[in-house]
Design a protein around this ligand. Structure first.
Ligand code: C2E
Ligand code: MG
Ligand code: MG
Ligand code: MG
Length: 293
C-alpha cells in the first residue's frame, strides 16, 4: 500500500525507501495477525516477574510483571517489538487485562506461600487508559481476586499526557481511590513538564534505565542526582530501573534512591523460578544467583 501510494504521488525516485516502508507495513501486519492468534489460542504469551528491592532494608518489596511472547516455532519476540504493534492495533487492551489477571493469580500463589508483603506492578498502556471502560475492567479484575488492591500497582508512562491532564487526573484519582498504587515508568524519557509531573498523583517514580546505564560514564549521574530529590519532594518513592552493577547500586544508595530493580538483583523469571528465588533470597547476603529468562 505504501509503495503504491508513493508511486501515485510521483515519488518513483524513492522506490527503495517506499519498498522498505511497504516491508515494514507487511511485517507489522504479519505480527498483528500472529499476535492476535497467540492471544486467542493461548500458550504463546506468558508472564515473567522481576523483583524490586528496598535499599534501606534489603527486602524484596515488589515484582514487575512483564509479558513474554514465544511463538509456536520457538522464537522469542521482544516486548519492545510487539507491544508497539499491540498498541497500534488495540490488542494491548485484551493483552493488558490478561497480564493483570495472571499477575494477580501469581500474587495469590505467593500469598499462599507466606509472601504477603509483595506489591505486584503491572504496565498499563495509554491506549488501555483511553478505553471508556478501563475502570470497569479494573473493578472486574479486582472483584475476581482475593488480593487487596493495596498489593497492586499500575505503571504508566509520560505518554499518558496525550490523554489530556483533566482525564489523566480523574483516572489516576479513581485508581488510587480503589487503593491501587501508581508508578511513573521510564521517567526522564518522555516530554512531560515539571508542572505536569507535579500534578500527577503517583506513589513511585521509576528512573529510566538509560540513565542508570550512564550513571558513572555519562549524563546519568547528573540526572539521578536531580531526579531522586525531585521525586522525594513530590512525595514519591524513587526506584532505579536496570541496575546491573554493584557500583551503580552504591552510587544510587549514596544519592538516596529508595529502591532498585535490575539484573544485579534478578532477571525477570517465570513464576516457578520466582518462587524458588524468593525462597533462597536473604536480605543480608545481597542478591542470590538470578534466574535466566
Ligand atoms: P519497562 O516497563 O520499563 O520494563 C523494564 C524492562 O527493563 C524490561 O524489559 C526488563 O526485562 C528490562 N530490564 C530490567 N532490568 C534490566 C537490566 O538490569 N538491564 C537491562 N538491559 N534490562 C533490564 P522487557 O521485558 O523487554 O520489556 C520492555 C518494555 O515493554 C517494558 O519496559 C514495557 O514498556 C513494555 N512491556 C512489557 N510487558 C508489558 C505489558 O504486559 N504491558 C505493557 N503495556 N507493556 C509491557
Ligand atoms: Mg514497567
Ligand atoms: Mg521502565
Ligand atoms: Mg516502558
Amino acid at each position: 500500500i505504501a509503495l503504491k501510494r508513493a508511486k501515485a504521488g510521483g515519488l518513483g525516485g524513492h522506490a527503495y525507501y517506499s519498498e522498505s516502508i511497504a516491508n515494514e507495513t507487511r511485517d507489522r501486519n504479519r505480527m498483528r495477525v500472529a499476535l492476535h492468534r497467540a492471544l486467542t489460542q493461548g500458550g504463546q504469551l506468558y508472564p515473567v516477574f522481576q523483583p524490586q528491592q528496598d535499599l534501606s532494608t534489603g527486602q524484596v518489596i515488589g515484582l514487575e510483571a512483564l509479558t513474554r511472547w514465544r511463538t509456536d516455532e520457538g522464537i522469542h519476540i521482544s516486548p519492545n517489538q510487539f507491544i508497539p504493534v499491540a498498541e497500534q492495533t488495540a490488542l494491548i487492551v485484551p493483552i493488558g487485562e490478561w497480564i493483570l489477571r495472571h499477575a494477580l493469580r501469581v500474587q495469590e500463589t505467593l500469598h499462599g506461600l507466606g509472601h504477603t508483603d509483595l506489591r505486584m506492578s503491572v504496565n498499563v498502556s495509554a491506549v488501555q487508559l483511553r478505553q471508556p471502560d478501563f475502570l470497569t475492567m479494573l473493578d472486574r479484575v479486582l472483584d475476581a481476586t482475593p488480593i487487596a488492591p493495596e498489593h497492586l500497582e499500575l505503571e504508566i508512562t509520560e505518554s499518558v499526557a496525550a490523554l489530556g491532564i483533566a482525564q489523566v487526573l480523574s483516572l489516576l484519582d479513581a485508581i488510587r481511590a480503589r487503593g491501587v498504587a501508581i508508578a511513573i515508568d521510564d521517567f526522564g524519557t518522555g516530554f512531560s513538564s515539571l508542572s505536569y509531573l507535579h500534578r500527577l498523583p503517583a506513589d513511585r517514580l521509576k528512573i529510566d534505565r538509560s540513565f542508570i546505564h550512564t550513571l558513572e560514564s555519562g549524563q546519568g549521574g547528573r540526572i539521578a542526582e536531580m531526579v531522586v530529590p525531585l521525586g522525594h519532594h513530590l512525595g514519591m518513592k524513587v526506584l532505579a530501573e536496570g541496575v546491573e552493577t554493584a557500583q551503580q547500586l552504591e552510587r544510587l544508595r549514596a544519592l538516596g534512591c529508595d529502591e532498585i530493580q535490575g539484573f544485579l538483583l534478578a532477571r525477570p523469571m517465570i513464576a516457578d523460578d520466582l518462587v524458588a528465588w524468593l525462597a533462597a533470597f536473604h536480605p543480608d547476603d545481597g542478591a542470590p544467583q538470578a534466574g535466566a529468562s
